[in-house]
Unconditional design. Sequence first.
Lengths: 379, 515
Amino acid sequence: MSAPRRPLPAWAEIAALPLINIALAFVTVGIIVRIIGVDPFHALRFLVLGAIGSSEAIGYTLYYTTNFIFTGLAVAVAFHAGLFNIGGEGQAYIGGLGCGLAILAFDHFLPAWAMIPLAIAAATLFGAAWAAVPAWLQAWRGSHIVITTIMFNFVASALMVYLMVNVLIAPGSMTPQSRNFTASGKLPSMQEVLAAVGIQVAPSALNLSIVLAVFCCVGVWVFLWHTPWGYELRTMGHNPEAAVYAGTSIKRTTMLAMCLSGALAGFVGVNELMGVHQRIVLDFPAGYGFAGIAVALMGRSHPLGIVLAALLFGALQQGGAELAFEIPAITREMVVVIQGLIILFSGALAHLPRPWLQWMLALFASPRSGEVPAKRAEG
Amino acid sequence: MTAIPAIELQGIQKSFGNVHAVRGVSLRIEKGAITGIVGENGAGKSTLMSILYGLYHADAGEIRVEGRAVRMENPRDAIAQGIGMVHQHFMLVGTFTVLENLVLGAEGGALLAGGLAAARAELARLAREYGLAVDPDALVADLSVGEQQRVEILKVLFRGARILILDEPSAVLTPQETDQLFRILATLRERGVTVVLITHKLREIMAATDHVYVMRQGQIVADRRTADTSPEELAELMVGRKVLMQLDKAPKRPGDVLLQADHLTLVDERGVRLLDDVGLELRAGEIVGIAGVSGNGQTELLQVLSGIRAPTGGRLVVRGRTIDPHHPTDPAEMRDLGVAHVPEDRLRQGMVAAFQAAETSILGYQEEPPFCRHYLMDGPAVGAHCAVLMERFDVRPRAPGLRSSSFSGGNQQKLVLAREMAREPKVLLVGQPTRGVDIGAIEFIHRELLKSRDQGCAVLVISVELDEILALADRILVMFAGRIVGEVPAGRADERTLGLMMAGAAPALSEVEGP
């Protein structure tokens, strides 16, 4: 047994520790890249340029970031309630289905200003509903949410394949995708929006969903820390017994947390289907739901941290694609390894450098005066 | 005394981060005697003993056992030196027999049979020698708490301990069981065993020990022969100032019945009757104390009265609202009815350790103005409210932004109490008001509870500390096995009778209340 884990100063907790984690990950990646015979600095250059080297690259990076923000927030909201939602993948899928169905049903009649909010509302509803079932099972039947949400990912996947192949497929099409949305069912791209105010950027997949993502970040922050429901949700996450004592219904709060979580994940469907594909396709969640766990973990479940983590993940996604394209020795699989290592270091091994950092801080703090930290702890 | 002491500590230091838990402690524990170490919670007694038992490493200092300097790397080293520890919470496997528990960790070979036979013989010897009779084949779960503690002591002796450390051994015992324990300790002393008794209860120090060390803020502040000291002196030494041992209590002026329970019954899913036909009434302006050994239904009674659990039978009337199995309530509604609840276990129920003190100070009231307006919480108002509570209840440090877990036990309790009393409730339910609280804070908390009573609040105090019940209550109800087995007016209560009732062994002084 040793002394209990001492908290680090806030700046070290928020900034230094994640940066050290990322640095460690990059060193490890560098060694691996060296082993397969590529100059690590050469590779790093392509990775960075690929992610932020041009306005097109930045556009794609931000487009990926949008998805990571949605799923990162989804995981974080559930996590604050003490629930581990690993069903973001399925919730994104079904949220997209809701969005797509709304558009397919109404895009011939409704103008864009009505169609877009309606489609977003449908994504919210469907994503929330897909998360509500595991939440209900947990709250009333005691089925563990980790098990049920992961199973619901498979159910969602199978359901979508069935629907796409048998129901929603466009007549005469050979590939399982719906008919194209009409113009009113299309979320304007960032290029169009910026051009309207006189800023020229290269075309990319980036669309107005990123505004929705920023709005969600602020909304989640206000909800969690500035409303009584957020307070109750966090109380339940930290200490369910105290929540019961305080008169909070565990069942209701579980439902609330999961529905919010599912709705946030469902917005991936908005970005992908209404923003990019402009029809319902298969497999658009592409692992964003799972990556959201790492994003939330790395962002310490705080909206601001999630934005930063999502930017990193978005950059890796985009830069990694460019890297695989430019250096043949680094395959797509290798890029996944690199991303995996970064997730490993910033997620599972996040506290690895903590004792070293503590030791370093103690080293710098002690020569001046031992009294300084003692006073801070009391005040 | 010139004899070599059983244990000698020299200049022991231990810090956790910036907290100096033990600073330069030196003491001698004489062989074949009972030495008490007394001090408030957080004074460093348990840390000191954990160092001696090898659970913690001292930063500096020397440990000598029977004259030899030793290093304790882990409890195994301590056991090898003949030191054994009986923990406050028993480390027993309920579904094992006494004998099986005894050999746990010292099974003696790949097959159990040989070890068990040897253990049986050894157990018989120990029982003879020390007068510790326990049926070796009884299941531990079937034993009384006092007997379980005896098994713990046997376990330690079985390992060959000649030095026995007991950490708050009476926390779970009735007064009679405690006396029995002290008789056992006296027998052990006669047989040459050295006993170290850690406690914060002065009565026990006076009753059981030969010698006492007083600890305060990590240091030994006094060293007395028990015969030469008094509880008043020890209390003063522990706190560092004069302590009022007696409360000034105005005569009660009971008013209307604010809470009434009739035939309240709670049966859990497995069919265990946790509460059995409980009847009680709380009147404005009185304190009703519920005495009992912990685990006899007090926790469940508090849960039902505060709306956390619905009763399975009977009914509860709170200020005109009737609660029965068909009309359950919830803690939020009870709060609206003016029932405040200070839970038994503040860390697990009454607060959120990771929250700021300000957030903890509105737990349960988060949807009420001024904390919440137009669906948004008002952070500054919450902080200001917390600052006021801290000022009124002298919570230290006065830092609404500090994590709740960073406060000491007494200050946490004062914060929870402040929160519940701030709304001037009509009914105040208090579970273990001073568990883990310093003597200085106990005095304060007791005075605040009396003040509430005098202002016309109906107060229910549930406590395992009989002294506390005797000091506070106007009427005392005794709980045993989920039932209220008797009621005693405060003036006629004494420890012995209450103790017998708590053990389920004595008739009530007056009839059980209710039909």
